[in-house]
Design a protein around this ligand. Sequence first.
Ligand code: FES
Ligand code: FES
Length: 165
Amino acid sequence: MTAPLQFELTLNGARCEGEIDSRSLLVDAVRTLGATGARIGCRTGDCGACTIVVDGRLTKSCLVLAASAAGSTVFTIEGSTDPVTTTLQQTFIDHKGFQCGFCTSGMILTAAQALRDKPDLTDDDIRRALSGNLCRCTGYDDIVRAVRAAADRLLEKRGNTAAKA
Ligand code: FES
Ligand code: FES
């Protein structure tokens, strides 16, 4: 039996606090706080379903103790409303980049980070960026098409904005 810990973090823009078991994983903590877009798949860091953003870094939240994220700023898919993420959400719908949807939040958050790091991703870059995220439904091609479409759409928008400036 371990002692409960006082816990506080900022989740999707809202300050949250409470008591957690000192052995709790971050994925369990954020889900308990209502952010169920972080999925529990393998719990071993292999599937990427639990991917979230902690202090700006893409994080597999099953590999992190909740206690070690105390005081952090955390975003899950629910609170990720930036243009890159919302464009990806739309292109995943447009290109049928999901079936059951279990992997989708992790895929989108990972792709969003990859697109921020390199806006002109090639298909090989996309496959490499998503290599830590497993999908057992789609065969990946539709996911790659969805990310490709988001990259093209965002580049086009940026081009249009630059042309108007
Ligand atoms: S549940 Fe975290 S990587 Fe699979
Ligand atoms: S859509 Fe089902 S696991 Fe990816």
